[in-house]
Every structure is written in C-alpha cells, then in structure tokens.
Design a protein around this ligand. Structure first.
Ligand code: AP5
Ligand code: MG
Length: 187
C-alpha cells in the first residue's frame, strides 16, 4: 500500500493535481476539506460543528479529521494506495497519521509540497471564487486568515517530514500540466 501526501498553502493546486494523479496512478484521493464540505451540505452533526470554523478559515479539531481519515482508510482496503490532500495540517495530525499507518503495517512514502507565494494564493483563490461558491473564498480577511493559519500551524510539518527524509518540493508557479509532470516524476 502506497501513501502519498500533497502539501501546500490554500490555492496551491493540491485538489487540482490530486484528481489528475489519483486517476493516473489509481490512488484513492482523500481531501479532508472536501469531506468536511460534504458533511456541511448533508447538515450532519459533524458538519454543523465544522461549519463556523471553516467559514472563518480556521482549522477544525484534530480529532474530527483524524477520525474521518481512519474511516476512509479502513473503508477502502483494496485500493493500491492513498493520496492525502489537505491532511495532515498540524504536527498532532501527522503524529496521529503515522501511528494509524504503523498499526496497519504502512508508512508515508513521500510528501510532495507545492510551493507558491502568498500573492499567487490570492490570485488563484479569486479565480476559483468566481467558479465555485466556497464560503472561505468569499472575502480577503478570511483568505488572509487561512494563509496565516497555514504558516503558523501547518508549515512546521515541513521540518517534521524533512527529518524523516520524506519531504520533496516542487515549484507551483507553472501550468497545471507542468506541475503534474513534475509531481509524476516523484511518484
Ligand atoms: P481545504 O479544502 O483543504 O482548502 P485549502 O487547503 O485552503 O486549499 P484549497 O482547496 O483552497 O486549495 P488547493 O490547494 O486544493 O487548490 P486548487 O487545486 O483548488 O480546507 C478548507 C478548510 O477545511 C480549512 O480551512 C479547514 O477549516 C478545514 N480543514 C480541511 N482539512 C483540515 C485538516 N486536516 N485539519 C483541520 N481542518 C481542516 O486550486 C485553486 C485554484 O487555482 C482553482 O481555481 C484551480 O483551478 C486553479 N489552479 C490550480 N493549479 C493552477 C495552475 N497551475 N495554474 C493556474 N491555476 C491553477
Ligand atoms: Mg483543495
């Protein structure tokens, strides 16, 4: 079983690339953001608990996303591998994921980080806001908070995975196809 992780700030292109890669390599794409948005549209208890945090661009509780990941992994025992998008986002989540995979005899293979600067984050999200109607794309204060949350809570994972020799970076300022080819060469 292979476990890959796509890493990067909001709007880096994680979701765009994950869909293409999942198709090419027959991996199960797991986006915690997409799973949470599904819970919100189903008006589930979990969705209700997550909605205000997501709409403001804050992280949802570690325990909620960890449980969702465990359900996804255990619910798909026959796939050749998983591609995580937007998870883990805190050191605590990364530790929980390591423990979860270890229990199942696995480990993260590679973390692929898509590097884009904050200015391009705004440009990409402004473009998407016109197409999708995500609440957390709808104003610049929320986007600013998502970027700040990324730098504070998620960027420490770079060192976490570098220390394990699993961290790879690619430049995210290019066409979708260019970036796809760069990531493919790492998989
Ligand atoms: P999540 O849904 O994960 O959002 P995000 O990390 O902010 O990332 P995005 O989905 O905004 O960007 P992306 O990198 O997928 O870019 P995309 O491919 O769409 O999380 C949302 C919220 O859920 C969080 O704020 C938090 O509240 C909660 N949450 C989720 N996971 C959690 C966790 N683990 N723990 C706690 N809370 C969690 O691309 C963006 C746009 O750019 C698109 O329009 C796309 O078409 C375009 N584009 C992509 N690539 C290119 C390119 N190369 N050139 C030009 N345009 C491009
Ligand atoms: Mg996404």
């Amino acid at each position: 079983m292979k476990y890959y992780l796509l890493f990067g700030p909001p709007g880096a292109g994680k979701g765009t690339q994950a869909k293409l890669l999942a198709d090419k390599y027959n991996l199960r794409h797991i986006s915690t953001g997409d799973l949470l948005r599904r819970e919100i549209s189903n008006k589930s208890e979990l969705g209700l608990a997550a909605k205000a945090l997501m709409d403001a661009g804050n992280l949802v509780d570690d325990s909620i996303v960890e449980k969702m990941i465990e359900n996804e992994i255990d619910g798909n025992p026959t796939v050749p591998g998983f591609l995580f998008d937007g998870f883990p986002r805190t050191v605590a989540q990364a530790e929980a994921l390591d423990a979860l995979l270890e229990k199942r005899g696995g480990a993260i293979d590679k973390v692929i980080s898509i590097i884009i600067d904050d200015a391009l984050v705004y440009e990409r999200i402004a473009h998407r806001a016109a197409v999708e109607k995500r609440k957390d794309d709808s104003n610049s204060d929320i986007i600013k908070n998502r970027i700040k949350t990324y730098h504070q809570m998620t960027e420490p994972l770079v060192d976490y995975y570098k220390d394990k020799g699993k961290y790879f970076e690619i430049e995210g300022d290019g066409t979708i196809e260019e970036i796809f080819n760069k990531i493919s060469s790492l998989i």
